[in-house]
Design a protein around this ligand. Structure first.
Ligand code: FES
Ligand code: MG
Length: 589
């Protein structure tokens, strides 16, 4: 490991303020006695050993992360072997597929509670046990705010799912099975069986959904050990990596290697490049912008387009590609992707990582041995796989993931010889996911293959936490005719496992007075991907009139909060383009 400039002496350990503070014997005794009462010895607490937190995100309520209950034992072994003392503690659960109304509501809540734990308890460093979608950003945001030495360990993806000889990827199979169910190819029980086959073991989603994305990006950021993100959860390498992670955090405490040393502007730019190359989730800009805000690095959706759009798709994993987590791991995982990007000069090689060495030193030359799964930079799966950042009268910022645009969509909307990158259409507007479910098959909406579906009332305020609902399926009648997707635009999010060509994360949302609030079904809109614009085709006078009407009605109406946290978050949350952070929280750095 590289020598760090500021090495911390045993007398400078933060935990000594609690456990060995001769200036305040009363408090020291109080702090000590209760931590001794379950069998720890004075030598462990006062022996000038780093006290390392293990932020446990696994539980019965969080099945994606539940395997961390096992992995934490190996983390603890590593911490002990390196001379530290481990303190494992529970984090607020965030299960993507279990929490109503949406797991994203709890990202900021888990963040807040982890900040309090890291700040208020005698911890010199922390191992963040990440995995399911929102657990990774919540943990990294908290580490950024408190800025004590921190390292993340992913739980790892599930083994590949199989059904009748075909790979079934988590999440992605749900969207495919929904189409087959709507078309009448499979019945209810077959639907459940096919989806069930995609979850054959412990671990998080095995597709390049938000979980695989965010953990790959934690590694690209430098916050987890090289090669750790992609190891499938049940593989022995995962337990071995847990042990190494435990050992490493103790060294990081002695080296005083903090999140602010690692999460630099260069590291975030590397993340944007890596995200395009892996075909990462559209949730990534939200969470990465939030982490950047909490560490104090300016980053916005213009950066995502400027730095990321031209980067090609290299990873052949669902939903943008064919394979799943096991093949991706065997092909070399993120270090092999980074090696390609380094070779093409797209990575800031000098960005320091949690190993104390640079990302260039960690990954250079680690090329893949499976060119079908990880393509070379010169022979990618798709050119220009990053996100576009669109703006216009519909919103100030919205993201489009072009790598999932299907050939059929391309044909129908984009291959217009007069204007190959623009499309126009009549909109049908839904106010929230319930409205969509009730009305999508209503024939009076006249939805055809040229319709654009609008989802509003689904942003951080309109639908607390911002719902993953923008990828709307066409009406059953259209699917039976072979029209499997329509362009969708919305102020909510979209599952990272979905391949629908959507324009999403629209900010400001309708509930915050964004242009989507002015739309009515039957209006026409125009999207120009070359100019990066998205506009309502109405006169300025008409738009002004509608804005005045909206204001007279008291703004866009949305349902009441169901819980105190929903109400609190709604009162202070920022928009998706701003990372959906809590406005008062970002000043604490
Ligand atoms: Fe937890 Fe996908 S639902 S990782
Ligand atoms: Mg999701």
């Amino acid at each position: 490991m590289a020598d760090r400039p500021h090495r911390r002496t045993p007398d400078q350990l933060r935990s000594r303020l609690w456990f060995d503070n001769p200036d305040n014997p009363g408090m020291t005794a109080l702090y000590l006695e209760r931590y001794l009462n379950f069998g720890l010895t004075g030598k462990e607490l006062q022996g000038k050993k780093p006290i390392i937190g293990i932020a446990q995100t696994g539980s019965d309520l969080s099945p994606c992360n539940r395997h961390h209950l096992e992995l934490a034992k190996r983390v603890r072994d590593g911490i002990t072997a390196a001379g530290g003392v481990a303190f494992e503690f529970p984090c607020h659960p965030i299960q993507e597929t279990g929490k109503r109304p949406t797991a994203c509501l709890d990202r900021n809540l888990a963040y807040l509670s982890l900040v309090e734990v890291l700040y208020g308890y005698p911890l010199d460093g922390v191992v963040l046990l990440t995995g399911c979608d929102k657990t990774t950003p919540a943990c990294l945001m908290a580490a950024a705010t408190v800025n004590i030495p921190a390292i993340s360990l992913n739980v790892g993806p599930m083994l590949n799912g199989w059904h009748h000889g075909e790979r079934t990827g988590s999440g992605t199979i749900v969207w495919k099975a929904r189409e087959r169910h709507a078309a009448g190819d499979i019945d209810y029980q077959q639907f459940i069986d096919i989806v069930g086959s995609s979850a054959p073991s412990v671990g998080h989603c095995n597709t390049m959904g938000t979980a695989s994305t965010m953990n790959a990006l934690a590694e690209a950021l430098g916050m987890s050990l090289p090669g750790s993100a992609a190891i499938p959860a049940p593989y022995r390498e995962r337990g071995q990596m847990a042990y190494e992670t435990g050992k490493r955090i103790v060294e990081m405490v002695w080296e005083d290697l903090k999140p602010s040393d690692i999460m630099t502007r260069e590291a975030f730019e590397n993340v944007i490049v890596a995200n395009a190359a892996i075909g990462g989730s559209t949730n990534a800009p939200i969470h990465i912008n939030a982490i950047a805000k909490h560490i104090g690095v300016p980053l916005n959706n213009d950066d995502w387009e400027r730095i990321g759009f031209e980067i090609p798709l290299l990873v052949n994993v669902q939903p943008a590609g064919e394979y799943l987590g096991e093949e991706y791991f065997r092909a070399g995982g993120l270090p092999a992707v980074l090696a390609e990007l380094i070779g093409a000069g797209k990575i800031h090689e000098n960005a320091i990582t949690c190993t104390g060495t640079t990302i260039g030193e960690n990954c250079k030359g680690k090329f893949t041995w499976d060119r079908d799964v990880i393509r070379s930079y010169d022979n990618p799966l798709k050119e220009k796989a990053g996100f576009l950042n669109l703006k216009g009268t519909l919103f100030d910022s919205a993201i489009m993931k072009t790598s999932v645009i299907s050939a059929e969509f391309q044909e129908r909307y984009l291959n217009n010889p007069s204007d190959p990158n623009a499309f126009e259409g009549r909109v049908v507007v839904f106010d929230g996911p319930e409205d969509y479910h009730h009305r999508i098959d209503d024939p009076s909406l006249n939805i055809d293959e040229h319709t654009i579906l609008i989802m509003r009332g689904a942003g951080p305020i309109g639908y607390p936490g911002a719902a993953e609902v923008v990828n709307m399926q066409p009406p059953g009648a259209l699917i039976k005719r072979g029209v499997l997707s329509l362009p969708c635009i919305g102020d909510g999010r979209q599952s990272g496992t979905s391949g629908t060509p959507s324009i999403l994360n629209a900010s400001p949302e309708a509930a915050a007075g964004g242009g989507l609030a002015l739309l009515q079904s039957g209006d026409r809109i125009r999207i120009d991907l070359n100019k990066r614009t998205a506009d309502i085709l109405l006169s300025d006078e008409e738009l002004e009139k509608r804005r005045a009407d909206l204001e007279a009605r008291g703004g866009y109406a949305y349902p009441a909060s169901q819980t105190p946290w929903q109400e609190i978050q709604r009162s202070m949350v920022d928009q998706l383009s701003e990372g959906m952070t809590l406005k008062p929280a970002v000043k604490y750095q």
